[in-house]
Design a protein around this ligand. Structure first.
Ligand SMILES: NC(=O)c1ccc[n+]([C@@H]2O[C@H](COP(=O)([O-])OP(=O)(O)OC[C@H]3O[C@@H](n4cnc5c(N)ncnc54)[C@H](OP(=O)(O)O)[C@@H]3O)[C@@H](O)[C@H]2O)c1
Length: 321
């Protein structure tokens, strides 16, 4: 079957590690099912995988992709929850020390078919397209948890989102605005700041800019390039919710600011299956739709990866196998 995969990672030049071609059909173990993929979305996680982050040599070749929406063996339209916990694990799947995401230990979703545990399937809402549904399980679920679970933010509060146009950032803007938060963003170009406003942000700033006032929370996925600004932007007692570090993993610690201002640094990763179901309901109730930059045939996956690597996207890239 056709898929996008990695067999020889390249830390410096991830696109050179991308292969699009045939791999064997999935063979689901007991308790797993094969989903016919109708749409699968790209995440920065897939670029990390091409760089070899989190993938041991014995796991190669690995089909990329965490997110999929498709048809299960009974003909139901489903979304795949990408967090694979141990069979005996109960409760929040992200807290299982042995959990992995699809494409880390098990073959991923950028394929015609993918094997997943039957318990990881949730029903796709009627009225939501496969393309929209395929955006939810990673970027959108991560933004949902950062805002409403880890961040525990309430309507009327102000949240700064670092980066406006990425998968997680665009989701955070749309979800936050729909929930009544005042959402401020930073972005690297004037054009993208405009796009951030179009997604629902109420103000957009250059990276590192002094804000009109300090904020209740900052959502951080950029890491090194924005970390110090995130800490400087918080009110005393404010929350820095972090789920990624695209620009680098070693930001300045700024310890005095953290303890004197009693800032809270909160790690956040993906979300539970329950949260994915709540996210779907929220989107349906509030008419919130994922921002999709482009939809491509899977055979043309390279174009989507290249656009993400170049930072050209506004929202998500979706592949159709
Ligand atoms: N822990 C988790 O569960 C989890 C889940 C999802 C994602 N993540 C991580 O979160 C990060 C974002 O993921 P994504 O899928 O949203 O990626 P993406 O679509 O490629 O978005 C990248 C974002 O980074 C922003 N950015 C700002 N300054 C940057 C810089 N100097 N270098 C690079 N990017 C910069 C971009 O903003 P502008 O272009 O608007 O400036 C854009 O919003 C990744 O590192 C990913 O691994 C973690």
């Amino acid at each position: 079957m056709l898929c996008a995969y990695v067999s020889s990672p390249n830390p410096q030049s991830p696109l050179d590690a991308l292969e699009v071609g045939d791999r064997p059909e999935p063979e689901p173990p007991e308790g797993w099912v094969t989903v016919e993929v109708k749409a699968a979305s790209l995440n920065h996680h897939d670029i990390w995988s091409l760089r070899g982050v989190g993938l041991a040599e014995e796991q190669m070749p690995m089909i990329l992709g965490c997110d999929a929406a498709g048809i299960d063996p009974d003909g139901n339209e489903v979304i795949v929850h990408a967090v694979i916990s141990g069979e005996s694990w109960r409760g929040d799947e992200t807290l299982d020390p042995k959990r992995s995401l699809l494409s880390e230990k098990h073959q991923g979703t950028l394929a015609e078919r993918v094997a997943v545990p039957a318990r990881n399937l949730v029903a796709k809402p009627e009225g939501m397209s496969f393309e929209q549904a395929a955006c939810l399980p990673t970027a959108w679920l991560t933004a949902y948890r950062m805002l409403f679970v880890t961040g525990d933010l309430a309507p009327g509060q102000t949240v700064l989102v670092q980066g406006a146009t990425g998968g997680v950032a665009s989701a955070a803007i749309k979800l936050g605005a729909a929930a009544g938060l005042r959402v401020w963003v930073t972005s690297r170009t004037e054009e993208k700041r405009e796009r951030g406003l179009g997604l629902g942000a109420s103000a957009a700033f250059e990276p590192g800019a002094r804000l009109p006032e300090r904020v209740d929370a900052v959502l951080e996925t950029v890491g090194e390039a924005t970390w110090a600004h995130s800490l400087r932007s918080l009110k005393p007692g404010g929350k820095l919710v972090v789920s990624g570090a695209t620009s680098g993993m070693n930001p300045p610690a700024e310890l005095p600011r953290i303890f004197f201002l009693q800032l809270q640094i909160l790690g956040s990763t993906m979300g539970s299956k329950d949260e994915l179901e709540r996210l779907m309901r929220f989107c349906s109730e509030h008419d919130v739709e994922p921002e999709i930059d482009r939809v491509l045939p899977l055979a043309e996956a390279r174009e989507g990866f290249a656009a993400m690597e170049a930072g050209e996207l506004v929202g998500k890239v979706v592949f159709q196998p």
